[in-house]
Ligand binder design. Structure first.
Ligand code: ZN
Length: 142
């Protein structure tokens, strides 16, 4: 069964269960503004976030650059509790489906909450936070 990812928490961790050596191309890609996924050379399955081992038990993976075009499938507006409001604004987390068929869970930015609808297009972009952390998010297409 290939379950659709669900939005459980605000925490966004990427590829946290893979040895760093195997995810290095992913982080290098983000630095260059590319979003990379792993593709199994044996069965052709595309994985995002990247994985080191495929569900078919093969570890023979290649890196593929994903398109930036996503269709939003589901989203949630997260309104932060008043106690932390000074530090955090409300934000939106969404799952978008890319042309390649993989689903990506990421923040959705640069839209007004009233504009956000299931089925709308968004652009997946690599991003560096002011703290220097590499990440990715959905944003408004040009
Ligand atoms: Zn496979």
């Amino acid at each position: 069964m290939s379950a659709m990812p669900t939005i459980r928490s605000r925490e966004m961790r990427v590829a946290h269960d893979i040895p760093i050596s195997k995810t290095l191309p992913f982080w290098e890609g983000l630095k260059q503004g590319k979003i990379l996924a792993t593709k199994c050379k044996k069965c052709g399955k595309l994985h995002f976030p990247p994985v080191a081992d495929c569900s078919c038990l093969s570890s023979d993976m290649e890196w593929i650059e994903l398109s930036n075009e996503a269709t939003i499938e589901t989203f949630t507006h997260v309104v932060v509790r008043p106690a932390t409001f000074q530090h955090e604004k409300p934000y939106t987390v969404a799952i978008g489906r890319l042309k390649e068929g993989v689903r990506v869970l990421a923040w959705l930015t640069n839209f007004k909450p009233s504009e956000i609808k299931v089925g709308m297009k968004a652009k997946l972009v690599a991003k560096q936070t002011p703290q220097g952390q590499l990440t990715y998010e959905f944003t408004r297409p040009e």
